[in-house]
Design a protein around this ligand. Structure first.
Ligand code: DGL
Length: 267
């Protein structure tokens, strides 16, 4: 198999990275995708940087064993806490989700008040604030963790009264801050896009870094001559580290297509 024919690898702690897969399928329909969701160890967002780095290394090693040509770290927590270390030791090109999201936020805001919501680990790392300020030091930033969103998404409660109440409570300070742009700084959150938009109020732009990340992947494939020579729709393989049934259900509902294979792996 030539380098160009290899798949794109994607990992997240759970189903969240599927938001990136959805954009990749749309933008690069002829590429094979191999996804790993670390469902046995989700959430990452409450864990220490050392633990997130250790898990991320194992996830990369698994995807490498599947002979991928590029890996998307489709997890903001891993992108915030582990990406610089991973980049220093990894030979394959890596794409994280943080910078694309920060760029989009700086581009979208009109009143230059941006809110960032994410996991506790991502917010505590301050990585988004640094990235947005590097782009435009004049932007005012409010950031806050929404730790209940990830289990609600993993549970599949995407359109649910409990989720709406949770969102209203988390977004109350964002409304007071007056942000016109909210960065969904966790790849699970776009699955709750409608609920979050409802709680944020009218006219607020939600930045989902998945789309920006897919654009970055496309650019990198072109730059390195790694685009697949095939022009047909290709395979999506999903691997998880715990029971596959619920994962398949959420994945199919979210992607709007059947997933041929969801397989459990053990490290
Ligand atoms: N979806 C991941 C993120 O973007 C991780 C959520 C979690 O595992 O806590 O942060």
């Amino acid at each position: 198999m030539t380098e160009r024919e290899k798949a794109i690898g994607v990992f997240d702690s759970g189903v969240g990275g599927l938001t990136v897969v959805r954009e990749l399928l749309e933008r690069l329909p002829a590429e094979d995708i191999i996804y790993f969701g670390d469902s046995a160890r989700v959430p990452y967002g409450t864990k220490s940087p050392e633990t997130v780095l250790r898990f991320s290394r194992q996830n990369l090693a698994f995807l490498e064993s599947k002979h991928v040509k590029l890996i998307v770290v489709a997890c903001n927590t891993a992108s915030s806490l582990a990406l610089p270390a991973l980049e220093a030791e990894e030979e394959l090109p890596l794409v994280g989700v943080l910078l694309p999201g920060a760029r989009a936020a700086a581009r979208e805001t009109r009143n230059r008040r941006v809110a960032v919501i994410g996991t506790t680990a991502t917010i505590n790392s301050g990585a988004y604030e640094r990235a947005i300020r590097d782009i435009d030091p004049g932007i005012e930033i409010w950031s806050g963790a929404c730790p209940l969103f990830v289990p609600l998404v993993e549970e599949g409660w995407l359109d649910d009264e409990v989720t709406r109440l949770t969102a209203a409570r988390y977004l109350e300070p964002v409304r007071r801050f007056g942000a016109d742009t909210i960065v969904l700084g966790c790849t699970h959150y776009p699955l709750l896009e409608e609920t979050i938009a409802g709680a944020a109020g009218p006219g607020v732009v939600l930045v989902d870094s998945a789309q920006e990340t897919a654009i970055e992947v496309e650019g990198l494939l072109d730059e390195r001559g790694l685009r697949t020579p095939s022009s047909e729709r290709r395979r999506l393989e999903i691997y998880v580290s715990d029971l596959p049934a619920r994962f398949r259900e959420v994945a199919e509902r979210f992607l709007g297509r059947p997933v041929e294979r969801v397989e459990r792996v053990r490290f």
